[in-house]
Design a protein around this ligand. Structure first.
Ligand code: DUC
Ligand code: ZN
Ligand code: ZN
Length: 471
């Protein structure tokens, strides 16, 4: 199958030019102006932007958490992602405490077999237990399986939180194996005390979720993880940075040239803590962690993504239906499953409020949602760019397309949208994964199974693109 994408504005992290893209056998075969080739399918991209498919490095699909399971499976979650222009996601394969890492991986491979994805999928391993199930020896073997990033939680005491000993051992293992360590950085011990005191004082409304997780607890854990990564000489990626106090240690580390990176998520750029005060328990929709912060932190985060202090914007898509799943353990903030949806609207929101307002350049947009992620997580240059030999994961983006974001029209299984009613300008027209059209004219045109599991390269190594097919 060959595809000719004609006359678009080709946008990558480094380039911005008009031309044609010829795709053959799932890969970009030729780039040029007015290419003289015949193709099975021709897509007229005049007036459109042709960019690499976005990569979401932070999702929680079909994850058991907080006494329930996130309501997207790998078919629905990846369908929703595709409608938003995401062509690869890297999900957290969570080790159930007591399981070996091989068992954890087997369970997640079963999930993508039972509910096949429509876009490509990779896994990070979520390390929760090195005492009764997982061993460091087994952790060290995972990069051979294409699982080259290790995630640890410094919060959620009594559930998935690990202590500093485990964090440090994982960092050391990453140093030896070429893995990248990802941290959820919050001081879980301090938060546990504050939450208990808050509840004992009778404060259980949703907004107390934010009030019991001070920004300093995020900043402290961020700094602790950074310093331990230095000691272990391991690369570190701090997930979902929500506020200026935790931006600061990352900024300092990067200024010093240390191997530290950070991401924020769409919701931290747009949702502030006042949303949690919504009446009738609607504030529970915004119980995710770290919590929404005071509004002024949004400007700090925008600054951090424009100045390369933060390197990526992910979604932390972690969907629980409201009110049923959010209320499954009762209507007190401390028992609400933590998580918010967002897999479909990352590009819509960032383009509308970032590129169109001039806050970020179009090239930076591509870097934040695709290229930097590909480089950090062992997918580049196969993914994250449009170059001869790279996978033809391509979004034909209509910069003028208008859309009202709504749970009534999105494609995830979750029944609410964090950005409900938001008018956006800029949306995908056609989405291709390895040359196969997945979404076209607002229709899903591929079957589940169009997506594949992708084995990633070790940190700092390239995932080599196969040679371009001959024309
Ligand atoms: N935060 C969430 O909101 N949900 C899942 C895990 C996390 O860290
Ligand atoms: Zn987290
Ligand atoms: Zn998460």
């Amino acid at each position: 199958m060959s595809v000719l994408i004609k006359g678009g504005r080709i946008l990558t992290a480094s380039d911005d030019y008009f031309g044609d893209v010829f795709v053959d056998d799932g890969r970009v075969a030729l780039l040029g102006s007015s290419l003289d080739v015949t193709a099975d399918k021709v897509i007229d991209a005049s007036g459109k932007i042709v960019m690499p498919g976005a990569i979401d490095p932070h999702t929680h699909i079909e994850m058991f958490f907080g006494g329930t399971t996130t309501c997207d499976d790998f078919t629905s979650g990846t369908t929703s992602a595709a409608f938003g222009g995401t062509t690869t996601l890297i999900d957290f394969c969570m080790q159930t405490p007591g399981d070996t890492f091989a068992q954890a991986l087997e369970k997640y491979h079963e999930k993508i077999t039972r509910c096949p994805p429509v876009i490509d999928v990779g896994f990070h391993i979520g390390v929760t237990d090195l005492h009764t199930g997982g061993t460091l020896e087994d952790l060290a073997k995972l990069p051979d399986e294409g699982v080259t990033s290790y995630k640890v939680f410094m919060a959620y005491k009594g559930a998935v939180m690990v202590d500093d000993e485990t964090l440090f051992k994982v960092l050391r293992t990453a140093h030896q194996t070429g893995g990248l360590v990802m941290v959820h950085a919050e001081n879980g011990d301090a938060i546990d005390i504050i939450v208990k005191e808050t509840v004992a004082a009778g404060n259980t409304d949703p907004v107390w979720h934010a009030r019991s997780r001070p920004m300093e607890t995020e900043a402290e854990a961020t700094n602790r993880a950074i310093q331990l990564a230095r000691v272990a000489d391991a690369p570190l990626y701090v997930v979902h940075v929500s506020c200026q106090p935790s931006v600061e240690p990352i900024a300092l580390a990067r200024e010093k040239g240390w191997k530290i990176w950070g991401e924020t998520c769409t919701q931290y750029l747009f949702i502030d803590e006042t949303m949690m005060e919504k009446p009738n328990w609607e504030g529970a929709k915004y119980i995710y962690t770290p919590p929404p912060r005071p509004k002024e932190h949004q400007e700090h985060l925008w600054k951090a993504i424009t100045t390369d202090v933060l390197s990526a914007v992910s979604t932390d898509h972690c969907p629980f239906n409201w009110p049923d799943q959010k209320g499954i353990n009762g209507r007190e903030f401390q028992v609400v499953p933590n998580g918010g949806p967002g897999i479909e609207n990352r590009l819509h929101m960032l383009w509308t409020h970032g590129v169109r307002t001039g806050r970020i350049t179009p090239n930076r947009f591509v870097e934040l949602v695709s290229t930097n992620v590909a480089k950090l997580f062992g997918l580049y240059p196969r993914k994250g760019t449009i170059a001869p030999g790279s996978d033809a994961d391509i979004v034909v983006w209509d910069p003028e397309k208008k859309l009202t974001i709504s749970a009534a029209t999105h494609h995830t299984n979750v029944n609410y949208n964090l950005f409900e009613g938001e008018q956006v300008t800029g949306a995908p027209e056609v989405v291709l994964v390895r040359g196969q059209v997945i979404v076209e004219d607002d229709e899903l045109v591929a079957e589940p199974g169009a997506g594949q599991f992708v084995k990633r390269a070790r940190f700092g190594e390239e995932l080599l693109a196969a040679p371009a097919a001959a024309v």
